[in-house]
Each structure stands twice: as C-alpha cells, then as structure tokens.
Design a protein around this ligand. Sequence first.
Ligand code: ACM
Length: 271
Amino acid sequence: MDLTIALLQFKPTRKSIEKNIQKIQRAMEGIKADLIVLPELSNSGYLYEKAEDLKPFSEENDGQGPFLSALIDISKTIESVIVTGYAEKDRSILYNSAIALSPQGPITNYRKTHLYDHEKMLFHPGDSGFKVFEWNTVKIGMMICFDWIFPEACRSLALEGAQIIAHPANLVLPYCQNAMVTRSIENRVFTITANRIGTEKLGDMNLNFTGMSQITDPSGAIRYRGPKDKATVHIITIDPNDALDKNLNPQNNLFKDRRLDLYQLVESREQ
Ligand code: ACM
C-alpha cells in the first residue's frame, strides 16, 4: 500500500502562536499527504525561564485552542492526519506533548516521557505512556525529541505495533539523526524526525537547533535528510507494510529472538 508522508522543518517563533500558525499554513499550502509531522513545541518555541512565562503560549489537548484548532482546519483541507509537538496546559500543569489531529479533531495525545535539561524546570514529566494510533489501517506511534536516547521508547511503540514513529523534535545534540537509523534497524520501523532550525537565547542559555530532519525506513536507509538551517517541507511515498516483517533473515526475527528471561536479570540488578 502507498502512504504519502510529509515533514515540516521550520523555526517556531517564541511567544507568538499567530506567527507559528501563519508559518505552518503557508508551508502547507497546496501540499498533498496522508501523514504530516511537525517539530516539537511548534506553538510556543523552546526557551522560557519558568513555566509561568510559557503558560500563555500553551493550550489544552481538546483541539479547541487557537493553535490546535488551526491545525485541525489544515488537516480538513489536506484530508490528512497531522502530528505536532506543542506546549500543553492541563489546568496549571504544563507538558511537552505531541498530538495526532485528524479532520474530525484530536485522535490521541502523548506527553514527553524523558525531559531534556532545562525542560525539567518548565514541564511535568509525561504520564501518558507511549501511544500508538491507527489511521487508514496504518499504526503510528509518537515520541518526542530526547526520547530517542532511550531505546525503550521506540521499542515500546514498535512492540505496540507501530509501523511508523512520528518524532517531533527540537534537537540540540549532534547524535540523534544517526541514532534514529539504529532505532529503525533494531525495530524495523519507519521513523520521521521533524526537527526545527534556528537559534534561541535566554540568559546564559544559547541553543542552536540542528535541522536535518530525517525519514528512515525499516532497513535503516535514510530516505530523506533535510538541510541544517533552511525551512523545508519534504514529501515521500512509502509502503508502511514494509514495517510488518520483523525478520532480518530466515533465522533471525528481531522481536521473537529477544531473550526476555535474561533481560529481566538486567532490570532486577538495577533495583
Ligand atoms: C530536546 O529533547 N528537545 C533536546
């Protein structure tokens, strides 16, 4: 089966939901895709000193707020599902979240499990667990940026049946794009890392986001790697069913060959 997937790489503007909506609307004009992945924190930008400063640029996960409702409108026009990272507000608590939106509204919401560095000052650690949803018979999982360094994140999604991992990101370390090749190989899944570009400064924090958004297939082939510092939309067609076969060769099945009896010993050694 053919599925058209797209990623958007851009520079979210800090403290301006309107500008971010406009940038996304312009980038999406005229495109055709079944699944579109946007970067982490696409509504708010990244660096805030404290949660109170970020709150006005966050919204609830019901799809009624200005950012998510604008994206649902885009999803209606394109007839696609959109996965975006956004700052989520749940009463007074903030989460660094990703949400899947269809023309009918939100499908499912994921709260980032592994917070990176200063994010721990802004957000509560995610409590949603790893989420896989089905869209036109294809299973899609979500993880966010720094989740990449914990192989358990991608593995949990793949074991839940995800054929495609939608991975909104605001990457600052130089390792992730290469590591996602391994995530694809070891789980035999497609991964779509939609990263942002640009720099942000706050006090003595000075971040340079790495771009190079990437699509990797279950064999580990990099099907697309974007530029370091240019906004871009990239669209390719894949067969998501390529991710259903976990056999590396006639003797090795990457899921069935796992030695859970021995891994449990590793787990208990940590206690
Ligand atoms: C990151 O997780 N945004 C580095």
